[in-house]
Design a protein around this ligand. Structure first.
Ligand code: CP
Ligand code: NVA
Length: 308
C-alpha cells in the first residue's frame, strides 16, 4: 500500500479555495463541539512537536491546548533548550524529530529554514510564523470574518502598517479567496510582491495615505511596527510609522459595519488607538480564540484528510 503524500502548511498558498472552504466549515463544527463540552478526539495517540525560535503566547497555547483537546500530546522545544540552538543541521533535526512525532509546528526566522525542515521531514510541517508569513493567523482571521460577516469574496481589507509577514499572508489569501487588500505602509516598508509570493498585482492596491486605504473597507487590520527579529530598527520604525496608527477617524471612513482585527500582541497608542482595539468594531478576542478552533481543523486535515 502506498502512503498518502504528506501535505505541509508553510504558506497560505499551500491550500486551494476549496480546501479553505472545507477548513472553515470544519473549524465551525469543531468550535461548536468545544463550546458544548463534547469530546472530539480524532488524534488520539498522535504527537505534535512545537518548535519555537521566537517568543509566543497565542500560537503556543492554541496549538498545545488544541492538540490535547484532539486527544493527542505535545512536545515543546526551543532554540535555547535543544540542539537547534547549537548548530545541528536543520535537515538532521528534521529527520530525527519527524521519526518520533506525527506533526511538527515551527516558529522561526527565514522561510527558507522551515522549507528546508519540511523537505527533510517525514511528517507534515506547519508554519507557526516566519519573517515572511503567518498563515495560521490569517486562517483564524478569515474564519473570524466569516463568522461575523459571511463570505469574504469581493470584500475589501485595509492593511495599515508594516509590509511584514502578516501583510504578505493577507496578499496570498486575497489572491486565493478573491478579495482585495488596500495596503498603506510608510515608504521603505512596502510589501514586495516577490517575497509575498503572489502571481499578480490584481488583488491589492497601494495607498500612500492610510485614510485612503481604509475608505470603504469591510475590515481594517494592522500589526506591530516592529516584528520579532527586527528590534534593532525600533527607533527608526517609531519615527517612520507615526502616522500609521489605526484611529477612530480611519474607522469612520471604512464601512459602517467594518470590523477591526489585530493578530496581537498590540501596542495601544502605537499601531492602534485604544478606542479602536477596545471599541465596538474590534473582534480581536474572537480572532485570538479562533486560532484554537481553526488550527484544530488544520491539524486534523493534515493528519486525517477530509472527514466526510
Ligand atoms: N498572534 C500571534 O501569533 O501571537 P503569539 O506571538 O503570541 O503567538
Ligand atoms: N508581525 C509580528 C506578528 C506577531 C504575532 C511578528 O512577526 O513579530
Amino acid at each position: 500500500m502506498t502512503a498518502p503524500a504528506i501535505r505541509h502548511y508553510l504558506q497560505f498558498s499551500d491550500f486551494t479555495a476549496d480546501e479553505y472552504a472545507y477548513l472553515f466549515e470544519r473549524a465551525a463544527f469543531i468550535k461548536a463541539r468545544f463550546k458544548a463540552y463534547e469530546k472530539h478526539q480524532p488524534l488520539t495517540d498522535r504527537t505534535l512537536a512545537l518548535i519555537f525560535e521566537k517568543a509566543s503566547t497565542r500560537t503556543r497555547v492554541s496549538f498545545e491546548a488544541g492538540m490535547y483537546q484532539l486527544g493527542g500530546s505535545v512536545v515543546h522545544l526551543t532554540t535555547g533548550d535543544s540542539q537547534l540552538g547549537r548548530s545541528e543541521p536543520i535537515d538532521d533535526s528534521a529527520k530525527v524529530i519527524s521519526r518520533m512525532v506525527d506533526l511538527v509546528m515551527i516558529r522561526t526566522f527565514e522561510q527558507a529554514k522551515i522549507e528546508a525542515f519540511a523537505a527533510a521531514s517525514r511528517v507534515p510541517v506547519i508554519n507557526g510564523l516566519t519573517n515572511e508569513f503567518h498563515p495560521c493567523q490569517i486562517l483564524a482571521d478569515l474564519f473570524t470574518f466569516i463568522e461575523h460577516r459571511g463570505s469574504i469574496k469581493g470584500k475589501t481589507v485595509a492593511w495599515v502598517g508594516d509590509g511584514n509577514n502578516m501583510a504578505n499572508t493577507w496578499l496570498q489569501a486575497a489572491e486565493i479567496l478573491d478579495f482585495t487588500v488596500h495596503v498603506s505602509t510608510p515608504s521603505g516598508y512596502e510589501v514586495d510582491q516577490d517575497v509575498a509570493g503572489i502571481r499578480s498585482a490584481d488583488s491589492y492596491k497601494v495607498f500612500k495615505d492610510p485614510m485612503d486605504a481604509c475608505r470603504g473597507a469591510d475590515l481594517v487590520t494592522t500589526d506591530v511596527w516592529t516584528s520579532m527579529g527586527y528590534e534593532a530598527e525600533n527607533e527608526a520604525r517609531r519615527k517612520a510609522f507615526a502616522d500609521w496608527c489605526v484611529d477612530e477617524e480611519m474607522m469612520r471612513v471604512a464601512q459602517p459595519d467594518a470590523l477591526f482585527m489585530h493578530c496581537l500582541p498590540a501596542h495601544r497608542g502605537e499601531e492602534v488607538q485604544a478606542e479602536v482595539i477596545d471599541g465596538p468594531q474590534s473582534v480581536v478576542w474572537d480572532e485570538a480564540e479562533n486560532r484554537l478552533h481553526a488550527q484544530k481543523a488544520l491539524m486534523e486535515f493534515l493528519l486525517l484528510g477530509r472527514i466526510a
